[in-house]
Design a protein around this ligand. Structure first.
Ligand code: A2P
Length: 275
C-alpha cells in the first residue's frame, strides 16, 4: 500500500495526508497554517465555503511559493447552495475567494438540504457537480457525511459516482461498515477529525501504544487512518504540531495494536450525525 498518495476512481492522484482547516480563522491564522503545512511537506489542503477561510487558504498557498499544480486543493459546497444552478455559482464564488481557476476536489458538504424534497435536491445538486467536473473546474467530485443509504440513492441518478466520501473517522468512531461499503464501491474514505477533535489525545490505551512506538498519541491516531487505507486530514494551528502530524511515515502499527485501537470504537462523534 502506498502511504503517501492514492489514485481516486477517476485516475487522479491525491496525497493521503492533508491539512484540515476547519475552525481556523481567515487571514493570518489560516495563511500561517497553510504555509507551515506546505513547508513541512504537505501537498493537500482541505477547506470548505462554510469554514469562511478560503481567501486566506489561497493567499497562504501563493505566499508559500509552491506552484498551484503541486498542491491538491479541496473545497466544499454548503447546504444553502444546493440545487443545480446554485451549485455552479457556488464553485465560481469559491474559486474567486481561493484565487484559483480550478479545485482538485469539490465535495457536497452534507447530504441534507434546507428545503423540501431533499432527495430531489440532492440529485439536482449532483447534476451540478457533474457539470463542474465536465467543465474541468473540479478535477474530481465527491461527497461528505454521506451514509450508505445516501450513496445507494446516488446510484439511481448519478452518471459519475463520487470519488470520495469524507466522514468523521477515528478509533473512537470507527465506521467499519461504511468503510467496507466504500471500498466495495470504489469510493475513497477521507477521515476528518482524525484526532477526535483533540478530545481523545489523553486516552490511556492510545498513550500506551504511543509510548511503545516513541510517537505522540496524535501520530498514532493519524497512522491508524493510514493503515486502514483512509486519506487523513488532521487540523492544527500550531507549526510544531502541523510538523509532528506529518511525521507518520517512518513507523508502522502492528496488526495486534491496530486491533486494540479498532476496539476503542464507542460511537464517539464530535460532529453532527448524518443518520
Ligand atoms: P490546535 O489547532 O490548537 O493545534 P481534529 O483534526 O481531529 O479535528 O483535531 C484538531 C484538534 O486537535 C485541534 O484542537 C488541534 O489544536 C489539536 N491538535 C492537532 N494536532 C495536535 C497534536 N499533534 N498534538 C496535540 N493536539 C493537536
Amino acid at each position: 500500500m502506498n502511504l503517501k498518495t492514492i489514485k481516486l476512481n477517476n485516475g487522479i492522484e491525491i496525497p493521503r495526508l492533508g491539512l484540515g482547516v476547519w475552525k481556523i480563522r481567515d487571514g493570518e491564522a489560516v495563511r500561517n497554517s497553510v504555509m507551515s503545512a506546505l513547508q513541512a511537506g504537505y501537498r493537500h489542503i482541505d477547506t470548505a465555503m462554510i469554514y469562511r477561510n478560503e481567501t486566506g487558504v489561497g493567499e497562504g498557498l501563493r505566499q508559500s511559493g509552491i506552484p498551484r499544480e503541486e498542491v491538491f486543493m479541496t473545497t466544499k459546497l454548503w447546504v444553502r447552495d444546493q440545487g443545480y444552478d446554485r451549485t455552479l455559482a457556488a464553485l465560481t464564488a469559491s474559486l474567486e475567494r481561493l484565487g484559483m481557476d480550478y479545485v482538485d476536489l469539490y465535495l457536497v458538504h452534507w447530504p441534507f438540504a434546507d428545503e423540501e424534497k431533499i432527495s430531489e435536491k440532492r440529485s439536482s445538486t449532483w447534476r451540478g457537480m457533474e457539470e463542474l467536473y465536465r467543465q474541468g473546474l473540479a478535477r474530481a467530485i465527491g461527497v461528505s457525511n454521506y451514509t450508505e443509504a445516501h450513496l445507494e440513492e446516488m446510484k439511481n441518478h448519478a452518471t459519475v459516482m463520487p470519488a470520495v466520501n469524507q466522514v468523521e473517522m477515528h478509533p473512537f468512531l470507527y465506521q467499519k461498515e461504511l468503510a467496507a461499503y466504500c471500498v466495495k464501491n470504489n469510493i475513497q474514505i477521507e477521515a476528518y477529525s482524525p484526532l477526535a477533535h483533540g478530545a481523545k489525545l489523553e486516552d490511556r490505551l492510545v498513550a500506551q501504544i504511543a509510548e511503545k512506538y516513541s510517537k505522540s498519541t496524535a501520530q498514532i491516531l493519524i497512522r491508524w487512518s493510514l493503515e486502514h487505507g483512509f486519506i487523513v486530514l488532521p487540523k492544527s494551528t500550531h507549526k510544531e504540531r502541523i510538523e509532528e502530524n506529518f511525521q507518520v511515515f517512518d513507523f508502522a502499527i502492528s496488526s495486534r495494536d491496530m486491533q486494540t485501537l479498532d476496539g476503542l470504537h464507542e460511537n464517539f462523534r464530535t460532529c453532527w450525525d448524518p443518520t
